[in-house]
Write a protein that binds this ligand. Structure first.
Ligand SMILES: Nc1ncnc2c1ncn2[C@@H]1O[C@H](COP(=O)(O)OP(=O)(O)OP(=O)(O)O)[C@@H](O)[C@H]1O
Ligand SMILES: [Mg+2]
Length: 213
């Protein structure tokens, strides 16, 4: 089916809707990559990017409440294969490999998939871009951010275990180690400040998922 629509076109459209970034999110690097393609309308990959505590899993849950998606979460996989987690490169390698295989299987089935992981490195993200292309899945990359004092407070509360749905054990130490590791995302993407009102960004993501103009 010819879909006159792509991530870049969608970003263009939504940038026009929110030209002055009033809601804590903005768009990057989309202008030159507009393209019209043959693609499947059902397989979709939403790729979250952001250090611990920036609100990826919270956002993932908000999205999944409104749109049926398979969530592949590295923290869930990490809990299955590492006791206790060390967040070492070796452990992360195993976790990401398992996640990539799950994503590939789900996209092959034409499912909508959200990958909830820090995804800090472009090399790792490239593997996911290739998987999305292989299954003609529409790809949306969303980077989450929040001011550092907000992250610090979130991670302090995480240690107290106040949020039962929070599977991550990453604390301030892990955040401090990882925050400098985030590599530039070389694809069109959204940036969402999750300390601000999420609703406008959420609606944009849902429009993308529903393939609405
Ligand atoms: N927009 C938000 N509004 C209210 N609370 C939030 C928001 N975003 C995140 N939080 C809370 O902050 C804490 C950390 O957020 P979250 O678990 O989503 O971070 P994360 O990016 O998934 O971290 P990790 O990489 O460690 O999994 C959670 O307890 C979550 O409920
Ligand atoms: Mg998380």
């Amino acid at each position: 089916m010819l879909v006159p629509w792509s991530t870049a076109a969608w970003l263009t459209q939504n940038r026009l809707t929110f030209p002055v970034n009033p809601c804590g999110f903005c768009y990057h690097r989309f202008a030159s990559s507009f393209e019209w393609r043959f693609m499947s309308t059902s397989a979709v990959l939403v790729l979250l990017v952001g250090p611990p505590g920036t609100g990826k899993s919270y956002l993932a849950r908000r999205i999944a409440e409104r749109f049926p998606m398979a969530i592949v979460e590295t923290d869930e996989i990490r809990r299955q294969i590492a006791h206790p987690p060390t967040y070492s490169p070796r452990e992360s390698g195993r976790v990401y490999l398992t996640a990539q295989r799950r994503i590939e299987r789900l996209l092959r089935e034409g499912r909508a998939v959200l990958f909830d992981a820090t995804n800090l490195y472009e090399r790792g993200r490239k593997k996911l871009y290739r998987i999305a292309e292989k299954y003609h899945a529409r790809l949306l990359i969303v980077r989450t951010t929040a001011p550092e004092p907000v992250i610090e407070e979130r991670l302090r509360l995480r240690k107290l275990g106040v949020e039962p749905l929070d599977l991550s054990e990453a604390g301030w130490e892990v955040y401090s180690r990882m925050k400098g590791e985030l590599q530039d995302i070389r694809r069109p993407h959204m940036v969402i400040d999750t300390s601000r009102e999420l609703q406008p960004a959420l609606e944009s993501i849902l429009r993308f998922l529903r393939n609405e103009q």
